[in-house]
Write a protein that binds this ligand. Structure first.
Ligand code: ATP
Ligand code: MG
Length: 432
């Protein structure tokens, strides 16, 4: 029988890599805590309509990438391809959007049926941050500064760049869309097939195309900026002034339109040149119309999503993980002889209670003294405690696993004190 494998594009995180995940996750929790954003959690499965109505029928995600199926009741359900629509759905359903401001975040897996490659998977994780009820540029600036501070804390400031654009209001976009359609219509035959289709359904998305010939045609197309009123233009320049005042630099990118339909006003991406084609690590913007578009409470909104896998790759690529995030054991408790097994489990509990920051790996599964010591050495622990005998013991051996190789026999009641001193000294040496 052939062995069952994981689904293509859905990755296992093995023990060697999970400390890096935990490190990033804990940095994220810390950041969100210090900025006083609140966590929200929602299901990975939602009604298909939620994504069709929010992301837009004529987008890559809805057209080609969703994991959609009928459940046993015949309802059409979809594994969430992104979190913003879910977050709006959940927040509105529980009355968090009515007449108030909210600063929310979430983290978890998203699902898109894409061609798997480095930095592009079918199950991937995002940190999402969404702010509701605030129409001004101060919240936009705050979110961008939050990203910048995160890069700083991770040592990535030199590896990512901010690209930013203004999409204007939906009315302005509509007028621009008409002009763009008028410009493209006579050239329809020269466009790629996707863009031809979008000419009728969602003309702005053509700006997002990667097909060179279409890009060439777009070079002389109308420019969105020329269709914007003073309100949109002033708001955006206020944002840029605020960013400048806060010492943030950016690059204006008029081609930045984002793949989702619901954005208006500012949109942005943080990109890196260190991950090849999958260079966008974080993307977001304002989406004031989304909640009412979903039939919910109208509220101004702005947010971003960060791809955790790409962030992880970038951290690896730039060597930005601290050296001490491994989770190797500190203390290896060797247990030689069945007679001391129960006693060993109790001793381990005692050590953990007295030294709560120490990782104590108890040897289970039996085996000879020498093979257990070998395991102690390869475990990465810095010292071993050895209990040996056919019946409960009064003493244990402690052995330093580093260069000194020091080894001595101690009354059981002294083991904790010895360990405390040993690790206390190490701690002091590290800090001196
Ligand atoms: P791309 O242009 O790379 O396809 P996107 O515009 O589809 O990205 P968003 O929907 O804005 O991406 O998602 C926000 C972030 O989530 C992206 O910037 C990226 O870091 C990450 N991301 C999106 N799709 C994937 C994927 N399939 N695998 C891994 N990360 C992803
Ligand atoms: Mg995509």
């Amino acid at each position: 029988m052939s062995k069952i494998q994981a689904i293509r594009g859905m990755n296992d995180v093995l023990p060697e890599e999970s400390p890096q995940w935990q490190y990033l996750e804990s940095r994220i929790r810390h950041l969100m805590g210090t900025w006083a954003f609140q966590e929200i959690r929602f299901p990975v499965l939602e009604q298909t309509q939620l994504f069709k109505r929010s992301i837009g029928e004529v987008t890559d995600i809805v057209e080609k990438e969703m994991y959609t199926f009928e459940d046993r009741n015949g309802d059409s359900l979809t594994l969430r391809p992104e979190g913003t629509a879910c977050c709006v759905r959940a927040a509105d359903q529980h009355g968090l959007l009515y007449n108030q401001t909210r600063k929310l975040w979430y983290m978890g897996p998203m699902y898109r049926h894409e061609r798997p490659q480095k930095g592009r998977y079918r199950q991937f994780n995002q940190l999402g941050v969404e702010a509701f009820g605030m129409a001004g540029v101060d919240i936009e600036a705050e979110l961008l500064l939050m990203c910048a501070e995160f890069w700083r804390q991770l040592g990535l400031s030199d590896s990512v760049k901010l690209q930013i654009n203004n999409l204007g209001s939906s009315g302005e976009r509509a007028r621009f869309g008409e002009a763009l359609r008028e410009y493209l219509l006579p050239r329809k035959a020269e466009l790629d097939a996707d863009s031809q289709r979008r000419l009728d359904s969602n003309v702005l998305r053509i700006l997002d195309t990667k097909v060179p010939q279409t890009r060439e045609i777009l070079a002389d197309a109308p420019v969105l900026g020329n269709y914007m009123g003073s309100g949109s233009i002033d708001g955006f320049s206020k944002l840029l002034e605020m960013l400048e005042a806060c010492g943030l630099s950016w690059q204006l990118n008029p081609a930045l339109v984002r793949g989702l339909d619901y954005y208006n006003g500012v949109v942005f991406e943080w990109t890196t040149d260190k991950l090849g084609a999958q260079g966008t690590v974080c993307a977001g913007g304002r989406y004031d119309g989304l909640s009412s578009q979903l039939g919910g409470t109208a509220t101004p909104a702005v947010g971003f999503a960060m791809g955790i896998e790409r962030l992880l790759l970038l951290m690896q690529e730039t060597g930005s993980f601290p050296a001490d995030i491994s989770q190797q054991a500190d203390i290896y408790l060797a247990v030689v002889g069945e007679g001391v097994q129960a006693q060993a489990l109790q001793l381990a509990a005692m050590i953990r209670a007295a030294l709560p920051s120490m990782r104590v790996l108890t040897h289970t599964g039996g085996g000879k003294y020498n093979s257990q010591l070998k395991k102690a050495f390869t475990s990465g622990a810095r010292c071993a405690v050895i209990l040996e005998g056919d019946s409960p013991q009064q003493t244990a051996k402690v052995k330093v696993l580093g260069d000194s190789g020091q080894s001595l026999e101690l009354p059981l009641s002294d083991v904790v004190t010895w360990l405390d001193t040993f690790f206390g000294n190490e701690h002091e040496q590290k800090n001196s």
